[in-house]
Design a protein around this ligand. Sequence first.
Ligand code: ZN
Length: 295
Amino acid sequence: MYESYGLKRLLLMLTLDILILISGAALLLLGKLLFFTSAGEDSEAGVFLPVIMYHSVFDTAPREYTVTPEQLESDLKWLRDSGYTSVTAQQLINYTLGKDGLPERPVLITFDDGYYNNLSEALPLLEKYDMHAIVSVVGRYTDSLAPADPHVPAYSYLMWDDIKQLIASGRVEIGSHTYDMHSITGQRRGCAKLPGESDEEYADTLSADIGLLRTEMHSNTGYVPLVFAYPFGSISRESVPVLRDSGILLTLTCYERPNLITRDPGCLFGLFRYNRSGLYSTEEFMKRITEKKNG
Ligand SMILES: [Zn+2]
């Protein structure tokens, strides 16, 4: 009787122990799931982030670097209906610093070259679909070309007051696309280092250009850019310390691949982007950029 009671008690204790172990493991698993899903998709390896590169938005025949307002609207609608949330550069920076999480399906929307139509055509659509974007401007275009022929949606560039409007909307962050290195001059393509140029010469040249845009932007708008878009996607390893020194925390290239965002701030240097050519349908383009296997 005693023995039988003891055995029963032992079995009961063992069962309780097993139950406690199982529930503990379940809690751990649940905690892990909650922790990682709150940080975004795929977050054990990093958060999957497609980045879209637009240029001009104008009502014309679609071209490689121009989409129509209808195409932009169709893209934004597709993203919204597919559960994507556009994130800001500041959100990504905060995420890498361990401060915030990211939405379940983040996407980064960017516009290069600083066309006036980014204000006249794109901003109303960003507002309609509750999206954010980065507009990267070329200082010389804004200082000289824009005032010479202002506010023609087909080809004008943004003036400083237009840029202030974009900032005031709360939907657009302004990036640097160099002050005056958006060209192919001699052997220099964009702001890439020349063959044979010393590191010091290159750093001086790039730093002077980046500093000029920063000064112009700050004095005209009170804004300091945190984002830098490489003209033509021409990158040089030696540009990174120069850009960091001038306060840049995120850089954009033109390599067409998806990104994985981790808790390392360094992962924001050299983000890949897909050019949104106007020659494709929304469905064709979105299928390409949301496929993860390329990563
Ligand atoms: Zn450009």
